[in-house]
Design a protein around this ligand. Sequence first.
Ligand code: NAP
Length: 313
Amino acid sequence: MPAADTLRYTRIPLAHGSGAIPAVGFGTLIPDPVVANQAIKVALKVGFRHFDCSERYRNEDVVGNAMGEAFKAGRVRRADIFVTTKLWNSNHRPERVKPAFEASLRRLQIDYADGYLIHTPFAFQPGDEQDPRDAAGQVIYDSGVTLVETWQAMERLVDEGPCRAIGLSDISLDKLKEIVAAARIKPAVVQVESHPYLPEWELLDFCRQHGIVVLAFAPLGHGMDPRITDDPVIRAIAQRVHKTPAQVALAWAVQRGTAFLTTSTSPAHIRENFEISPLPADAVQEIRDGIATSVRFNAVVETGVPGFIPRVS
Ligand SMILES: NC(=O)c1ccc[n+]([C@@H]2O[C@H](COP(=O)([O-])OP(=O)(O)OC[C@H]3O[C@@H](n4cnc5c(N)ncnc54)[C@H](OP(=O)(O)O)[C@@H]3O)[C@@H](O)[C@H]2O)c1
């Protein structure tokens, strides 16, 4: 690796939170606990220092164990890892926010979170049932709380200390503007689906102007069809720069100023996804100008119901 090839170690300072977020992140939405444990250990070993979690993934304890083992063995220090977790839809009532946050910290076996996000802007019926449904199978929403009220409870977590930055996920630009206008502590991070088929330029521009980091999930399009790694523009660039198509899509994500979260259960892919290198400027531009395909892979933004989590645990 040439000395100047430090793209994979990029950290983006948080204008509205403490510290800096590593641009290269690993998502922990891996339902099988044994597979998740192994994947997280490999991710730590190859160099990932940013982990994305959620109470909704129902595996914070698995993530906590995998990280805890690495801390105890002295392979990595807690201070070197950026851990984000998320408040689920059934905990939007202000009085539920702090208990939900503390329960996440306990499961993760950490005493502070680097980031805590509202997982979606949709409030579900408050309670321990994460997927409340009526007799007809329809989601039961909660009209008794506004997103601003939930946000204010998130701000109090920052005031109290164990939460170093707060943010939103699966949010539209219009809703984000409302929160930014009302916030005492502005969102440090916004996590949304984003990749060459859904670049979200307008959202990114707004976030740049307001010092908010865009954290792209599905940077490889969830591995779904049409596959970003099969895109002819991405493949041609990959051939030219002697990298894989996945590495091209991920390098592009960092070079245009976002952080990203990728997930894999394959040790080879996990390593590959960390070992990104800068693309020449013309390749970054070519991905913007030369790709016309437009796809949103994840419908969570429409209903708040996650696409990839089985309804029954
Ligand atoms: N806020 C939200 O609502 C939300 C929603 C979804 C996800 N997320 C977060 O985002 C994280 C990222 O997940 P994602 O699905 O969006 O990630 P992604 O990286 O876009 O897609 C993962 C898929 O791509 C494949 N893949 C990974 N690396 C590859 C490579 N180098 N070459 C070819 N295929 C590769 C994986 O298969 P293999 O396992 O075979 O490698 C897997 O099927 C999640 O874990 C979660 O933390 C958040």
